[in-house]
Design a protein around this ligand. Structure first.
Ligand code: KIV
Ligand code: ZN
Length: 552
């Protein structure tokens, strides 16, 4: 990298718009959406979709609620042309869905494009040519006037052929490609020249798409450019102003949201932001951001997981784990304090304690888009005792006493830290079993029985200490007290008492097992927990006492 990058790169010049209005506006409704997955998205795939994959994705886009879908570049290849023909001849587009096709301002391509549309119900013919200084100089070697002539001639060629699409409802769209890098006065001039040919009216508007073909500035600059166009172009009421952002500076979503504030009516983008380089604008994110503010996005993502399945199968792309709304980890909290806050927020919401969703760390209710609360809490080495306890309880019904959570939490965290990854509920249960329930050394239970008379309990049994058999015989006001008394009478066993006890059934049914949690306190004031599982609750408690002794 350069020590002084200004020697090589320059700042993007801002638009002079001191009375800009967009910063004071708020979004109140969804824009018109146009999916360009089957064209711009497809163009960017290492292996472009075949016809059957495009058909599957098309049906899914329709099901999601898109009313405008750019289906391809029919003059570019036979596959693209055939796909168009199949959509039309097999009547796959519902009557309210517009099929959009892209074409360059070239006669042969326009001819073939029009041919591909014959018999369609509703079409948008989208013509583009590139307008920025770099494109004019490097790619075309043409002056502004010559570039304008390309657009005007292309617009005429399209207009002259519209009679061939009898019975088809037609909308025309023009994109000054690389708009955001074009001088805005020239972008207006070329757009107005195309408007002069197509003659849009407020009743029969044309779409003026203003692409951020390559993001070269901050999103506020794009918003200024859009507001400038909205305020300065003639016959604004005959235009549908459309945004088409890419994501080179990772601000495609921000540019689009600010562009909408700046007065745009329509948004082009793709599912999950697939597209050239760093991608097109991610429509799912913009739509769900609106939803998060209580605005109906008019797109249905209630089963986001199945949309992801179709998308990944058709495009061969994968969704990163941190992708907003869609990523595998976005409804997962790893830190203990987050887990705790989410747990409390969800409980408050379940009780109806709040009118509007206000759960810490969760911007929307994951179930609204078909995700699960179960995904919310997982455990890694950063998780607190709350997360560990939550997982054991929600997945296995193991209700650790609060004080025992404080003991087991750090033990689990250490083990997870050594593994160096997050763990599942089942792995956590295994750790708990290993630490408490399966401790069988040095103490092991042989047999145990109790007799009670007048509130006094006598216990007798066989224990093994380092595999040496020992008999116990103790008395107390309950089985546990009798057990402690019996053990403490043995030589070389330090005295201890029970300082905490709880138990519950682990599962229902005749063979239900019970789990007992017991905390012992030794003569030196030290405490530690043990746990025991047995179908007999008395034996579960005995096992829990031995587990605690074994953990010394
Ligand atoms: O990114 C772009 O500018 C395009 C145009 C063809 C609209 O895809
Ligand atoms: Zn694009």
């Amino acid at each position: 990298m350069h020590k002084n990058p200004s020697k090589k790169y320059r700042r993007f010049p801002p638009v002079a718009l001191p009375d800009r209005q967009w910063p004071n506006r708020v979004l109140t409704r969804a824009p018109i959406w146009c999916s360009v997955d089957l064209r711009d998205g497809n163009q960017a795939l290492a292996v472009p979709m075949n016809v059957s994959q495009k058909l599957e994705l098309f049906q899914t886009l329709v099901k999601t609620g898109f009313k405008e879908i750019e289906v391809g570049f029919p003059s570019a290849s036979n596959t693209e042309f055939t796909f168009n023909r199949r959509l039309i001849e097999e009547k796959r587009a519902p009557d309210d869905v517009w099929l959009q096709v892209l074409v360059q301002a070239r006669e042969d391509l326009i001819e073939r494009t029009v041919e591909s549309l014959i018999g369609a119900k509703k079409v948008i013919i989208h013509m583009y040519n590139s307008t920025s200084p770099a494109q004019r100089r490097v790619v075309f070697g043409k002056s502004k006037d010559e570039i304008k002539a390309i657009a005007v001639n292309g617009a005429r060629m399209i207009k002259d052929r519209l009679h061939r699409l009898k019975g088809t409802e037609i909308m025309l769209q023009y994109s000054p490609e690389s708009f955001s890098a074009t001088e805005h006065e020239f972008a207006r001039e070329i757009s107005e020249a195309v408007m002069d040919v197509w003659q849009p009216t407020p009743k029969h508007k044309m779409i003026l798409n203003l692409p951020d073909t390559v993001e070269v500035a901050m999103p506020n600059v794009y918003a200024d450019q859009i507001e400038w166009m909205c305020r300065n172009i003639k016959n604004r009421d005959s235009l549908i102003i459309s945004l088409h952002a890419h994501n080179d500076r990772s601000t495609g979503v921000a540019a689009t949201e600010l562009g909408l504030l700046a007065g745009a009516d329509r948004v082009e983008g793709t599912l999950f932001g697939n597209g050239e380089r760093t991608g097109n604008l991610d429509i799912v994110t913009v739509a769900l951001n609106l939803y998060q503010h209580g605005i109906d996005p008019k797109l249905d993502f209630s089963n986001l997981n199945s949309l992801i399945d179709v998308y990944e199968r058709c495009t061969g792309m994968t969704i990163p784990a941190r992708q907003p709304y869609a990523g595998e980890l976005v409804f997962t909290a790893f830190s203990g304090s987050h887990q705790d806050a989410i747990k409390k927020g969800l409980a408050e919401w379940a009780k109806g304690g709040q009118k509007n969703w206000d759960v810490p760390y969760l911007t929307i209710d994951p179930t609204d888009i078909g995700r699960e609360y179960r995904e919310v809490i997982r455990v890694n080495s950063q998780s607190g005792k709350g997360g560990v306890a939550y997982l054991l309880e929600s997945e296995f019904g193991i209700e650790l006493p609060k004080d025992m959570q404080r003991e087991f939490g750090p033990i689990a965290n250490d083990a997870v830290d050594k593994l160096g990854r997050e763990v599942t509920g089942a792995e956590l249960k295994q750790m708990f079993w290993k630490e408490y329930v399966e401790r069988a050394s040095p103490w092991r239970l042989g047999n145990f029985r109790t007799y009670s008379e007048n509130g006094q309990v006598n216990c007798q049994g066989t224990l093994y200490f380092k595999e040496i058999q020992t008999s116990i015989n103790g008395n107390g006001n309950g089985p546990l007290a009798a057990l402690v008394n019996g053990i403490c009478q043995l030589s070389n066993v330090p005295r201890f008492e029970i300082s905490n006890y709880s138990e519950h059934a682990l599962s229902s049914g005749e063979t239900a097992a019970a789990i007992a949690y017991i905390q012992i306190k030794t003569a030196d004031g030290q405490t530690r927990w043990g746990a025991g599982v047995d179908t007999n609750i008395e034996l579960a408690s005995v096992r829990a006492v031995l587990s605690a002794l074994n953990r010394s």
